[in-house]
Design a protein around this ligand. Sequence first.
Ligand SMILES: Cc1ncc(COP(=O)(O)O)c(C=O)c1O
Length: 400
Amino acid sequence: MNSSRPPFAGWIRSSNTITQQFLSIGGKPDIVSLAGGLPAAELYPVGAIRDATERALRRWGSSVLEYGPVEGLYALRETIAARTSAESGGKFLAANVMLMTGAMQGLDLVGKTLVDPGDLILAQVPTYLGALDAWRPRQPRYEKFDWNCERPGFDAALAQAKFAYVVPNYSNPTGALVPQPQRLALLDKVRASGTWLLEDDPYHSIHFDGDPGLDILESDARQFKGVYDGPVIYLGTLSKSIVPGLRVGWAIAAAGMIEKLALAKQSSDLSSSLFTQAIALELLESGFDLEHSRSINERYRERRDTLCSEAAARLGDWFEWEIPPGGMFVWMRARDPRIDTNELYKVALEEKVAFVPGSVFDPDGKDHSAMRVNFTRSSPEVIAEGVRRLEKAVKRYLHR
Ligand SMILES: Cc1ncc(COP(=O)(O)O)c(C=O)c1O
């Protein structure tokens, strides 16, 4: 590239290319990718989406092929508000909901709306790497949060933070489900501090051992007599429960926050696709998403169990993990101090298997002792082969 041209913006130098690498690895047939956070493509409900598309076009005609309102298709905003009201016992209106291009856009827009360079974000660690990517251009500082609200300095950090970022349901990367008392303790602290709480919830419906219970937004909504006006900004998506290709996600928050997010969105992309929102409306109104989640969860449970039992037989000497009750990942922590997962990753690629090294989920990039392993994308047979290759990679790595 011609070096006399103006330099790229400063944040580009600190960006990571690992997400692009996963997406391209996914397309290489000889590599077993346990890296991406992707649903199983063979379970995508193509027929139901075809029918929903036809119904949507019959219902809306050319109007959903226009540019849309920034906040998205009003009928879908109303449907999401009504569902959230019914599930929480609180009161939400369309004004509390904004539709967008996946939850990923919500992360970007929250950063754009709240964060100036040097501002503090209190982030659950390990943290979703897409969130770190989304906020990198805003140049925030991070304070790490391990769900212990009683630790010294926590209140002071929360008071300074623009927002706290959490994934309480089957987090990415750990798959952990945060117990209700810890959620409520954080909510109390957030209320007392007057800051915002960003609750990112893509894995809500992907569970194997029972329902996750109330979201933090839902618990907060019960406190309000009128329409929701609290500190929680909730992000939902159809990417994991139906398909990522619809790119339909949403934020639910106080109407005043939604207005600001809409301002931020206007200068990003004018509006998301009304067409896929109209398809999503058909799927949600008919309850298809709930029914579909139940059927894919059966398959994902089998895949989770395969990964955990194969790993127990082949990787248990070097790694430990908790069996995740939902989501898409097993978070394997090295119990052998000789293992640096950044280095192991390179050997694993030579053995034609991919995982995600833990360092990319650490705002400081310092955690080299863990790896994220996905179990939803591949069949049980392919998962078992992936674990065999991982075992070979670990043995080679340790005998270098
Ligand atoms: C925690 C978390 N938030 C947000 C997203 C982005 O989801 P979407 O496809 O809706 O943009 C993901 C996707 O993997 C995720 O794991």
